[in-house]
Design a protein around this ligand. Structure first.
Ligand code: PLP
Length: 373
């Protein structure tokens, strides 16, 4: 690789995290969420690695689903937003995909299209997040309409789905659980259905609140963030939750220089040293996905020593403080996040979330597969 910036993808860590899902929810069937190019980690490589240790996958687009089928994946693939137009049900059936049904229009498209009815769907209930899904009072009607459809002469298999807005806040999750419980209590025909309620935060919260407060996670869990080693629980680190970082964004110093006191560094001269300083220039910028809004002070690890970002992030470079790294010269390794610097910490310092940092890493950053350290 010509430029020193690389995203190392640790497949051993990915397996470890997937085993954590199994340990936290031994009864559940795991849908590995690989949307957004597996949160920036590379969908094909991650799916290939996980295929033998998952019960299915979840993603967003037909193209992604088609490439998984092309790899030889035969397990269930959930389309998290369902289909967007009538014609797509044909491909959904041909590829044996499982669409989410979250809107009456998606049922109408099926009623108009009786030859292309999928064998299984996830019926999404809006239990309080108010993004996608049927309002509780609409669910039974949607269910009956789905049941009236026949997939190759057989009744269509329905899984009841919802999504928590704040799974790691017990009271708010409990409210949503109450909505689902009430729905089932008033319509016994929904009781027999399999369910899918949980993302990473809910799986973790289900375990960490203790039995009497556990978040109901249902039969099929949909975990993304925790698979990649991000902490889904505010205030708890990934290490505390026994998750391992999968991506390590690594680069090098490409220049080392003296920054004289009183003279600004980089665009906008946002950082002005109050004394002469040794600084380093790192090959990584916002065109690589590093957040431009990360402020001075955002942690960076140079040569194994934790230091900080200085001034504005440029398109292809950023500057770091080398005051505490006197030995670090051109070519010294720099970790932007990953093994020695949790992505959650960098996200916090930059005013964002690990999801955004992972998915932002751009195409021009080569991914390199590793297996353990
Ligand atoms: C992305 C997504 C998930 C995965 O969420 P994580 O927080 O990454 O575990 C689960 N369910 C739905 C509906 C999603 O869109």
């Amino acid at each position: 690789m010509f430029r020193p910036l690389v995203a190392h993808i640790d497949l051993e860590a990915l397996h470890h995290n997937q085993r954590r899902v199994r340990a936290l929810a031994p009864w559940a069937k795991r849908l590995a969420v690989v949307k957004a190019n597996a949160y920036g980690h590379g969908m094909i490589d991650c799916a290939r690695a996980l295929d033998s240790d998952t019960e299915g996958f979840a993603l967003l687009s037909l193209e992604e689903a088609r490439s998984l089928r092309g790899l030889g994946v035969t397990k269930p693939i959930l389309l998290l937003e369902g289909v967007f137009k009538y014609e797509d049900y044909q491909a959904v059936c041909a590829l044996h995909l499982t669409p989410v049904i979250h809107h009456a229009e998606q049922i109408r498209m099926l009623e108009l299209n009786p030859l292309d009815v999928p064998e299984k769907v996830f019926l999404k209930v809006d239990s309080g997040m108010h993004r996608l899904g049927f309002a509780p009072h609409q669910v039974i009607d949607a269910f009956k309409r789905l049941k009236a459809l026949k997939a190759m002469g057989r009744s269509i298999d329905v899984v009841l789905m919802t999504h928590y807005a704040c799974a790691d806040e017990r009271d708010l999750a409990a409210q949503q659980m109450g909505v689902m419980a009430e729905l089932k209590a008033s319509h016994p025909e929904l009781n027999a259905l399999e369910t899918s309620y949980a993302n990473s935060a809910a799986v973790m919260a289900g375990a960490s609140f203790g039995k009497e407060h556990a978040v109901d996670i249902g039969d099929w869990v949909r975990t993304g963030l925790m698979l990649y080693g991000g902490s889904p629980i505010a205030g708890q680190t990934a290490a505390e939750l026994n998750l391992k970082p999968v991506m390590q964004l690594q680069s090098q110093l490409i220049a080392v220089r003296k920054a004289p006191a009183g003279e600004g560094i980089g665009y906008g001269m946002r950082f002005i040293p109050d004394r002469d300083m040794r600084i380093g220039v790192v090959a990584c910028g916002y065109a690589d996905g590093y957040p431009r809004h990360a402020p001075t002070g955002t942690p960076v690890v140079v040569n194994g020593t934790r230091t900080r970002l200085l001034g504005r992030v440029s398109m292809d470079m950023l500057c770091v403080d080398l005051s505490d790294c006197p030995e670090a010269g051109v070519g010294a390794p720099v970790e932007l996040f990953g093994r020695h610097l949790p992505i959650d910490e960098v996200a916090l310092a930059a005013g964002t979330i690990p999801y955004e940092l992972m998915t932002a890493v751009t195409q021009r950053v080569p991914r390199s597969l590793v297996f353990g350290s």
